[in-house]
Every structure is written in C-alpha cells, then in structure tokens.
Design a protein around this ligand. Sequence first.
Ligand SMILES: NC(=O)c1ccc[n+]([C@@H]2O[C@H](COP(=O)([O-])OP(=O)(O)OC[C@H]3O[C@@H](n4cnc5c(N)ncnc54)[C@H](OP(=O)(O)O)[C@@H]3O)[C@@H](O)[C@H]2O)c1
Length: 295
Amino acid sequence: MAVPPAHTGYAFPGLANLHRDIYPNIDASKNQSLSQPGKVVLITGAGRGIGRSIALQYAAASVACIILCARTGSELDALESSIEEISTAVRVIKMQLDVTSEEAVKSCLEKVKAKEGRLDVLINNAGVSDDWVPIPQTKPTEWWKTLEVNLKGPYLFLQAFLPLMTETAKTSGTTADVVNITSIGANVVHPGASAYQISKLAVVRLTEFVQAEYGGEGINAIAVHPGGVLTELANGILALIDTPELCGGFVVWLTKGGRTWLGGRYVSATWDVDKLEQMRYEIVQEDKLKPRMVV
Ligand SMILES: NC(=O)c1ccc[n+]([C@@H]2O[C@H](COP(=O)([O-])OP(=O)(O)OC[C@H]3O[C@@H](n4cnc5c(N)ncnc54)[C@H](OP(=O)(O)O)[C@@H]3O)[C@@H](O)[C@H]2O)c1
C-alpha cells in the first residue's frame, strides 16, 4: 500500500511507530498502571466492533461502572456476559437507545444521574456509513441519516452530559474525558464518501469546540481515529488490517489521566503512545493535529 499523504496524519509519528494490534503499554489486562477504579464510563455503539472492544478494555481497567448504549439488545446482553467474565465487580448498565433521539438521550442522562450520579468518561463511538457513491447518486434520506448518527448523536450526548461531566470533574479534582470516535476519513476527500467524511470532519471540529468551551472546566475532549478495522460498518470500505483491541487499549490509555495536552486534537489509535509522548512539545508548541486551512 502506498503511504497516504502527510496531511492525513497516517504516519504522523513515523512509519516505524505504527501499530496494528494492542501492545503492553496500552493493554489494561496486562498493565496495572492503566487501571481506573471508581470511574463511570458511557460508550455509545457498544454492542459490537470497536465500541465492544473499548468496553472490554475498560472492564480490564477495573472501572466502577460501564454504561453500554446501542439499539440491538442481544448484542448488549452478550457484551454484559463477556464483561462479567473479566470482572464481576464492574457494574453494567445497558441502555437500548437510538443516539439520534433527543428524548432517548435525555432519558439516558436521567438514569445515569439517578443510578451513578457522575460520568467520568463519555465515548461517542456509534456510527454508520451509507453507500459510497457520487453526490447525485446518493439517497437523500441515507445521506442525512449518516450525518444524524455520526454528528447529531455525539452532539446530543455532549449537550446532555457535559454539565454532569463538569460536575464530576469538579468533585473528583481530575479531568472528565470525552472521546469522539472520528476517522482518518476526516482528513481525506475520497470521491463518493461525502456524507461519512463530512460527518467525521465535523466530529473533529466538534471536539475542538468542546475543548474551547469546557477545557477550563475540567473536560478533556479528544477525537480518535480507531484504525482500519474489519467491522459491520467498514466492511468493503477500507484497508482493514487493525484489530478492534488496538483502539480499545488506546482509548483506555488516553483517559488514564494527564493527557490534557491532547485536548481538542485528532489522534490515531495506530500511533505508538510512547512516541506520541515524546512528540508532546512539538504538538503543543506548533498547535498540531487540528484541521486548519492552508493559505
Ligand atoms: N471500522 C473501521 O475501520 C472504522 C474506521 C474509522 C472510524 N470508524 C468509526 O468507529 C465507530 C465504530 O464503528 P465500527 O466499525 O465498530 O462499526 P460497527 O461494528 O457497525 O458498530 C457500530 C455500533 O454503532 C451502533 N449504532 C449505529 N447506529 C446507531 C444508532 N442510531 N443509535 C445507537 N447506536 C447505533 C451499532 O449498534 P446498533 O446497530 O445495535 O444500534 C453498533 O454497536 C464508528 O463511529 C465508525 O465511524 C470505524
């Protein structure tokens, strides 16, 4: 495969510093330093694929509670069983909901407030992709649905949960983390992929807005490309060579604490975390990893 151009960020830390699978530094099942006891974590699109893997890594990281959101109840049930196999100490709350429903998201907030009273980590992961065809051949309802699930969904969760998260950050004296799952497609104009890639670019900008508005109130918001993973959504679209566990581990590493220097930025789960730490100064000094117009 030819290396994608620099502006895609594909090889940002150098080709020698890319991963395809989970590795010890980000693997909560092998690395005790990643454990995050006491935290309440909410994951949308948790039932399968990347969201499922993120949930399993948080279970390995010994969090207090994982709230699993998606529409398919059977997948949430199966995931609950898998979490129990890792730890019976983790509380699991299942919420069968559509992320595009304002009412459903509000009711989710009320349940989380009543049952847990806090939210430490919000992972906006639920996503869909419509057929990749030139604009005139797209179906308007499907094109817009992609925007609704991929952009309105994260927006609704942020709109509802940011006040609870800032309260959580205040009382715990640490950050509360927002992880918005985007795509390397945010940095690309691939003919045919207008709805998907526009939605993912907008998610990166939404992440910047969250940071600009709430960074001073203890929120740390980061946009994450999960890698190219063979899932129901991506089937037939991308070069699918990365494991879902890679993103699961990377997200747990991101929210371990102290990654505020990545707030408001785009990162890829394929990037080696040690190398990323080494690049911290240049990232902050040169304000890298944000979409900007070339003039
Ligand atoms: N796979 C890749 O290579 C790749 C690359 C870049 C970015 N991503 C991003 O990674 C995220 C996860 O995708 P995936 O590849 O893991 O896909 P997936 O296996 O198809 O999982 C998508 C998840 O989102 C949920 N979902 C979809 N529409 C929903 C809705 N309206 N309301 C609530 N939940 C909904 C699905 O559950 P229900 O259908 O049961 O609701 C499912 O749990 C997406 O944001 C995707 O854009 C993936």
